[in-house]
Write a protein that binds this ligand. Structure first.
Ligand SMILES: [Zn+2]
Length: 311
């Protein structure tokens, strides 16, 4: 958990996991996380559907400048999302106290219902972390969900890997990425962005081919993108040579396919081959950092089991 959230929770005293702070405040449920721009995102779930006057009251926090953004999903009138600057912890507390106080006074009997499907239970509701996401559930729904998740985990474990198919999909989708390598080689540059593009394409292709997305899957995607950094750089350099040949008067009339063959032969000569090797090493280094960073993130989450636990 980020230090901003930790500090905030010293004021609020909620439960927490790596990502979320959460807890009941009177008869509202509050879930807080920090987004990638260090904004504190506060989601308040109400025990009733809000009416116009409630929304007006809640919107006043935005007008007063306390909350950066106040909004709710137009289809969901039982929750409101706020955005705060991370330094606003006293204001966050003040806003939450005001809202929960207002709700408790206006709807004293209303209680948060179980979020289980078709369940309207509103007594003995606890917050469960389902894959780390806090969700209010009754005991019965929590038990049913636990059984469902266990079943899904077992099925996932037993599902075939389809790794070869995944690899072929990843390779197929990576082909257009060569164009990115080519553009940068034409500009005389080698850019990390090409590694990023190959990784995204390989990732898309792997999932498209329904390869199993576990840790082996992430490895296949990474290796495919590294492989394409090499292939893409090589083809791009040869193509660059072919286009340079086109500029020579004696060769200008030759069809491009011939020039590609000449360029390919030229690329085999020792001096040129060693230059290309240098380009490839450099590309692997520059793109490789980018790919490894991505793969590292994906590796942590890929193939994780579905979990539920009482918060
Ligand atoms: Zn329930």
């Amino acid at each position: 958990m980020s230090s901003a959230l930790k500090e905030l929770n010293e004021t609020l005293g909620f439960k927490s996991n790596d990502v979320f702070l959460y807890g009941f405040q009177r008869n509202t449920l509050v879930i807080i996380h920090e987004d990638e721009n260090n904004r504190i995102c506060v989601s308040v779930r109400f025990p009733i559907e809000l009416d116009e006057s409630d929304m007006e009251r809640i919107k006043s926090w935005e007008k007063d400048g306390y909350a950066k953004k106040v909004g709710n999903d137009p289809d969901d009138k039982t929750s409101v999302d706020f955005e705060f600057k991370s330094s606003n912890k006293d204001k966050i507390k003040e806003v939450l106290e005001d809202i929960s106080g207002y709700t408790a006074e206006k709807y004293p009997e209303a209680k948060i219902q179980c979020y289980g499907k078709d369940c309207t239970e509103d007594t003995n509701i606890d917050i469960y972390e389902v894959n780390g996401i806090p969700i209010p559930l009754c005991e019965k729904c929590a038990q049913e969900l636990e059984k469902d998740l266990e079943k899904a985990n077992i099925e996932e474990e037993a599902a075939p890997g389809n790794y070869l198919r995944g690899f072929l999909g990843a390779a197929l989708f990576s082909i257009p990425g060569i164009l990115v390598s080519f553009i940068f080689i034409m500009l005389g540059k080698i850019a990390a962005i090409a590694g990023f593009v190959y990784y995204l394409l390989a990732h898309k292709g792997y999932l498209w081919a329904k390869g199993k997305y576990d840790k082996i899957g992430v490895l296949i995607i990474s290796v495919t993108s590294l492989l394409f950094v090499v292939i893409g750089t090589y083809i791009s350099v040869v193509a660059d040579i072919a286009f340079e040949m086109k500029k020579i008067d004696e060769l200008a009339d030759k069809p491009m396919s011939d020039l590609f063959l000449y360029a390919f032969a030229f690329a085999q000569t020792p001096d040129v081959a060693s230059d290309i090797k240098k380009d490839i090493y450099l590309a692997l280094f520059v793109c490789g950092i980018c790919i490894v960073l991505y793969a590292f993130q994906a590796f942590k989450s890929a193939g994780q089991k579905l979990t539920i636990k009482k918060g």
